[in-house]
Design a protein around this ligand. Sequence first.
Ligand code: C5P
Length: 472
Amino acid sequence: MASITIRQLDEALKKRLRLRAARSGRSVEDEVRTILREAADATGEENLEAFTPPGRAAAPGRAAAAPAKAARVLLIIGGGIAAYKSLDLIRRLKERRFSVRCVLTKAAKHFVTPLSAGAILGEPAFTDLFDPASEFDVGHIPLARECDLVVVAPATADLMAKMAGGHADDLATAALLATGAKILLAPAMNPHMWANKATQRNLAQLVADGVALVGPNEGEMAEAGERGPGRMAEPLEIAAAVEKLLAASETQPLKGRRVLVTAGPTHEPIDPVRYIANRSSGKQGHAIAAAAAQAGAEVMLVSGPVNLPDPPGVKVIKVESARQMLDAVQKALPVDVAIFAAAVADWRVADASAQKLKKQPGQTTPELPLVENPDILSTIAHRKTQRPTLVIGFAAETENVAANAKAKLARKGCDWILANDVSPQTGIMGGDRNTIELVTGSGVEPWPPQTKEAVATMLVSRIAAALNGARA
Ligand code: C5P
């Protein structure tokens, strides 16, 4: 019979054994005996699974024993008194069969220890960016990428400020900056810190960046006599929010796709104070950008001047003229899908005056010769390189809607056109509803009259079907 000396095992394995032993309240030797007994008793492969080092793939022959696609949660514990609840949160997440990895900030280690977090996790918790052991084992980029959701609990005022500012000076903030996964914050702080304008500014920025929130709740603070909003949500509430977000991410058909949308009118200068514009409100383009972001896409919205809030989770690039819009669109490439919903002015004043044009006594009315603007849709659709997989235009017509749209599809070289009747009696220009006919290479499909948001949702699901079908 072979004899095994624990002291001669490699350091990483010894560390894991110590954690397992601490968790089950046994000595390391007893833990090893238990593991061996379980392995010897095992009738199937299941128990051997316990030997697969976390974060590494199981051996090919054991692949079938791996748990069925457990969603992966990266939990970042910030430095606040509520950190103790995050240990329970780990347990709640594991109960729900999520695969959980955990990072403790430097401040968090004043409240809970990596050993206690690791004992509940069943694998070591991560701490420092420059810890050679954790960087060698996993590293902040894989930690950030190999997860389906990042949960920050407690999200302290300081951690939120760092996130809003894009800092990356420790493992937690570097992972937060590098992740493409959705982020859920469970803020916890004193009510005065929560109400502070700086915190509220950072919060608004994070929400605009697409970060989700659970809590904070109202109630007693750790500080005697203090109460108000600032208590971290309870672990069960956070676990429920995690479940909801992960369920939603399964219905994110555009996850991993880059989508570009143009929206709004353009303003073409006549002189520094006057311009040529049109009645476009930008509502349809903004709704499409919001729906694409909701479907998990990375969305860039190039918008002319509009009176609309930026859609959450969307990168908004504000422009005025058609030429600025073309420039911003080209800079946003490569993308998978480009949707041109902007009402771009066809012409601009040939020589916009650098000074305000003045009425002079006896002078004739000024002439304003016009030149054609670049056609952004056609330029992108005819690109030889970096042409998006799907190029979609709009055709705002006042007569012969479908026929004109079909001709436009061919002329502009795009894949689909959403045609709509913008005669004044339809109320579409600037209104909240839209009636679309989808014109593709294979025909014309009338859509029912519906809100601009519903049009956006319908378009996004058509795009997802086309892209995901094409990928299969
Ligand atoms: O030619 P027309 O203006 O009717 O075409 C409408 C479509 O072309 C819309 O998708 C609009 O966003 C796009 N377009 C453009 N650049 C222009 C004119 C129109 O991208 N200069």
